[in-house]
Design a protein around this ligand. Structure first.
Ligand code: ADP
Ligand code: MG
Length: 687
C-alpha cells in the first residue's frame, strides 16, 4: 500500500519566486485498481505523480511504501524504489529510438540485473497487443516504424516487464487519437486487476468510464476524491528494493552507442586531440631527454661499445668505476691538465674523432693504462686491419702511446709526415708501430716525443663517422687544421682508461671505457657517475661522436625550458578543452536518454559508468594514436639529426597518459555530476 502523508511541494525558481505545486496532501492508495488524477493544467498532477514515482522528492511530508517512509530512504533507495516498484509511462513515450522494441523492453530488466529473456519480452509484447495475427511480436522493429499508439504500448510493455506494483502514466493518451486512447485505457484497466495504476489525464469521460477512483486536484490541493479509501492494513514486512545494476555489456553498448551516431564529429575531435597530445608528448619528450641514455641508446643502435667519459671526480668515483670494470682505476688527473693536446710532429689533418690516444708515462692528462685491464669481453681489440696483430700492444713504459683506429684511418688516408717533412704512405696499422708523435708546444708544455706501440679499435662504425663528417665538415683544406689548433675537438676520444690519481673531489676524471654491452648495467654505471655522492648532481660528459649532436637539443632544453613549458601548457589546455567540448556535446545529445534511464530506475553509478565508457574509449583511442604518432615524429627527428636522440620514454608516456585520461575523467565527471543533480523528469524535459 502506498500513502502520501502531508505532502507539500514547493518549487523555487532561480529568480527567487516559488510555486506551491502541492499543499499538504494526504492520500492513501490501494494495492490494485485504476486511479485517475484530474485537474487543470498547473494544478499539481505531474508533481504528485513524480513524487509517487520517486522522480521527485517532497519539500515536506512523506511517501510511505509498504510501511517504509521516504524519510528513511537514501537517495540510492529512491533509485531502487523506482527500479523495483514503479513502471512509468510518459506522454511522449520516451523510447530509445536506436534500440529495437525488444531491447527497449528488456532494458528495464537489465536495470534490475536480470537477463532480458526473449520469451518474457515476447509474452509482454503479446499482452500489450504488439503482435501480428500470426503471433509474431514487434520485438525486432524499431520505434520509428510504429504508430503513436503502438509506441505507447511499447512504453507500457517496458513498464510491465519488471512486474512493478505500481504503474504511473502521465497523460499517456495526450498524443493519441480518441480510438487509440480508448484502447490504451482498456489495456491499463486490464493491468489494474493486479496492480495499482495511476493515470493523469484531462479526459474526464475516460476517467468516469475506466476509473475505480477519481481524484481531482486544484491549485495543489485535493478538490475532490471519489474514494473509496482503502482500509488501513498492516504492512509491517517493509519494502524490499532491488538496487539497479546495469550489466557491463549493456553499459559498454550504451557508452559506445554515441560513436556510431556521430562518427565524423568523433574522428575530427579525436584527430585534433591527437595533434595536441602529440605536440604535448614531443615537448615533454624533449624536455625530459636524458643525455646519457640517449648516448647509450645511440651507441647500442650502432653496435658501438667504446665510450670516452669525462666528468667531475668525486670520492666514490673510483669505487663506481672499479665495480664496473672489475679492477681499480689507476689515476685521476686534475682539471688544470685537461685542456692539453697531443699533436703529431708533422702536420697531420685530424678529424674530430681521431684524437683517441692511449699512452703511459708522464703525460699528465691521459690516464695511465693498466696493461692487465680488460679481461675477456672488456678487453680492447687491436685494429682489425693489422696484418700482424702481435705488433699491437698497450703502452708499457714511458714515452709509449697507443692510438685509436680512427686516428690510424686518418694516417692511412693522409699519410704520416715525419720529422724531416717527408710523407710516408701508411697502408695498414702495422706501418704505424714505432712511428713517433710529438706533443706540441702550443699546449704550453714542453715538447715530448711518443712512440706508437698499438692501434686499438673504437668500434665506431666507419659509415657513421663519414656521415658525421658529412654533416659537420665543410671539406675545406684548412678545416682539420683549424679544428685542431682551435682545440674544439680536444676531448673527443682523447682519454685513455679511467684512472685513479691523487686529486680530490674537485678533480676531473676521464677515460675510455669499453661498455659491457648489458644495457641496464651500462646505464646504471653511467648514471652512478652522474649522480653519485648522495644526489650531488654533477654532470658527466660523455664524449663520442654522438655527443656532438647532443648540443643543439641540449641547448634547446636548457634555453627552451620556459617556451617548452608554455607550449606544453597550451597544448594541454587545448586538448582538455577539445575533450571537454566533445564529451559535453555528446552528453547533451544523450541526456534525455540518460534521464529516461534514471526514470526507469538506473542509479547514478550506472549513468556515470555509461558516460565513462564513452570518455575512456575516446581517451584510449587518442592514447593509442598518440603513442604511435609521437615515436614516428621522434624517429623522423632522430633521422634528421642522425642520432637516436628522442625517445618517447616512460615519463613522457605517462604525462600524455595522465593528460589524456585525466581530461577525459574530468570532462565526464563534472558535467555528469551536474546533470545528475537534476531530477530525471527535468532532464527528460530538457529543463
Ligand atoms: P500539472 O501536471 O497539473 O499541469 P505540475 O505538477 O506540472 O502541474 O505543476 C504544478 C505547478 O508547479 C505549476 O505551477 C508548475 O509551473 C510548477 N512546476 C512544476 N514543475 C516545476 C519545476 N520543475 N520548477 C518550477 N516549477 C514547477
Ligand atoms: Mg502535467
Amino acid at each position: 500500500m502506498l500513502t502520501l502523508r502531508n505532502v507539500t511541494k514547493i518549487y523555487s525558481s532561480k529568480h527567487g519566486s516559488s510555486t506551491k505545486a502541492l499543499c499538504d496532501v494526504t492520500l492513501d492508495f490501494p494495492d490494485t485498481g485504476m486511479v485517475f488524477l484530474l485537474g487543470r493544467s498547473g494544478s499539481g498532477k505531474s508533481t504528485m505523480l513524480n513524487i509517487i514515482g520517486g522522480l521527485d522528492t517532497p519539500t515536506e511530508g512523506e511517501l510511505i511504501v509498504d510501511g517504509r517512509s521516504s524519510r528513511t530512504f537514501w537517495e540510492t533507495d529512491l533509485d531502487s524504489y523506482r527500479n523495483t516498484y514503479v513502471g512509468f509511462v510518459f506522454q511522449e513515450y520516451n523510447l530509445m529510438d536506436g534500440y529495437t522494441v525488444g531491447r527497449n523492453v528488456s532494458l528495464a530488466l537489465d536495470l534490475q540485473g536480470r537477463r532480458g529473456a526473449a520469451e518474457r519480452v515476447d509474452d509482454i509484447l503479446r499482452r500489450v497487443g504488439l503482435a501480428d495475427r500470426f503471433g509474431n511480436t514487434f520485438a525486432r522493429r524499431y520505434p520509428g516504424e510504429l504508430s503513436g499508439g503502438q509506441k505507447q504500448r511499447v512504453a507500457i510493455a517496458r513498464a510491465l516487464v519488471k512486474d512493478p506494483k505500481i504503474i504511473l502514466a502521465d497523460e499517456p493518451t495526450g498524443a493519441l487519437d480518441f480510438r487509440t486512447g480508448e484502447q490504451l485505457y482498456e489495456l491499463l484497466k486490464q493491468l489494474s486487476a493486479d496492480k495499482l495504476v495511476i493515470v493523469v489525464t484531462h479526459d474526464e469521460d475516460a476517467a468516469r468510464k475506466y476509473g475505480d477512483r477519481i481524484i481531482e486536484l486544484a491549485d495543489g490541493e485535493v478538490a475532490s476524491d471519489t474514494g473509496p479509501q482503502p482500509e488501513e492494513r498492516d504492512n509491517g514486512d517493509g519494502a524490499a528494493f532491488v538496487a539497479s545494476r546495469l550489466p557491463l555489456r549493456r553499459t559498454l553498448a550504451m557508452g559506445l552507442a554515441g560513436f556510431a551516431a556521430r562518427p565524423i564529429r568523433l574522428i575530427v575531435s579525436v584527430l585534433l586531440s591527437v595533434v595536441a597530445l602529440a605536440a604535448f608528448g614531443i615537448v615533454v619528450t624533449v624536455a625530459t631527454v636524458n643525455e646519457t641514455d640517449i648516448i647509450l641508446g645511440s651507441m647500442y643502435e650502432r653496435d658501438m661499445r667504446m665510450l670516452t667519459v669525462r666528468g667531475s671526480y668525486a670520492e666514490d668515483t673510483p669505487e663506481i668505476v672499479e665495480e664496473y670494470i672489475g679492477v681499480p682505476p689507476m689515476r685521476v688527473y686534475s682539471p688544470a691538465n685537461m685542456n692539453i693536446h697531443i699533436s703529431t710532429d708533422a702536420y697531420v689533418p685530424m678529424d674530430s674523432f681521431s684524437l683517441g690516444l692511449l699512452c703511459t708515462g708522464e703525460i699528465p692528462y691521459f690516464a695511465e693504462l693498466d696493461p692487465d685491464y680488460g679481461e675477456g669481453d672488456a678487453r680492447l681489440t687491436p685494429d682489425d686491419r693489422f696484418e700482424d696483430a702481435s705488433l699491437c700492444r698497450l703502452p708499457e713504459k714511458e714515452g709509449e702511446i697507443a692510438i685509436t683506429d680512427l686516428q690510424a684511418s686518418m694516417f692511412m688516408e693522409f699519410g704520416y709526415r715525419g720529422a724531416d717533412g717527408r710523407i710516408t704512405e701508411i697502408s695498414c696499422p702495422d706501418d704505424l708501430i714505432g712511428k713517433t708523435l710529438v706533443r706540441g708546444t702550443e699546449t704550453g708544455l714542453d715538447e715530448t716525443v711518443y712512440t706508437i706501440c698499438g692501434v686499438y679499435s673504437t668500434e665506431i662504425d666507419r659509415e657513421d663517422v663519414e656521415a658525421f663528417d658529412y654533416i659537420y665538415n665543410d671539406e675545406e683544406e684548412d678545416y682539420y687544421a683549424s679544428y685542431y689548433t682551435e682545440g674544439i675537438g680536444y676531448s673527443i676520444m682523447s682519454y685513455a682508461f679511467v684512472a685513479k690519481g691523487e686529486s680530490a673531489s674537485d678533480g676531473v676524471f676521464g677515460g675510455m671505457i669499453k661498455m659491457s654491452g648489458d644495457a641496464d648495467r651500462d646505464a646504471a654505471f653511467l648514471h652512478g657517475l652522474e649522480y653519485s655522492e648522495g644526489g650531488r648532481n654533477y654532470e658527466i660528459r660523455i664524449t663520442t661522436p654522438i655527443s656532438i649532436f647532443m648540443s643543439p637539443p641540449m641547448a634547446f632544453r636548457t634555453y627552451g625550458a620556459v617556451p617548452c613549458a608554455i607550449v606544453a601548457a597550451i597544448m594541454a589546455v587545448f586538448s582538455i578543452l577539445l575533450m571537454a567540448s566533445s564529451l559535453t556535446a555528446s552528453l547533451n545529445m544523450k541526456s534525455r536518454k540518460l534521464g529516461v534511464l534514471r526514470a526507469l530506475g538506473a542509479g547514478k553509478p550506472d549513468i556515470f559508468a555509461i558516460c565513462l565508457v564513452e570518455s575512456v574509449a575516446v581517451a584510449l583511442l587518442e592514447m593509442i594514436l598518440t603513442s604511435v604518432a609521437v615515436p614516428i615524429m621522434c624517429a623522423a627527428f632522430n633521422s634528421i639529426f642522425y642520432v637516436s636522440l628522442l625517445f618517447f620514454g616512460v615519463g613522457a608516456f605517462f604525462a600524455v597518459f595522465g593528460l589524456c585520461f585525466g581530461s577525459a575523467a574530468l570532462s565526464t565527471v563534472l558535467p555528469v555530476a551536474k546533470l545528475m543533480r537534476k531530477k530525471p523528469v527535468d532532464i527528460i524535459a530538457g529543463r
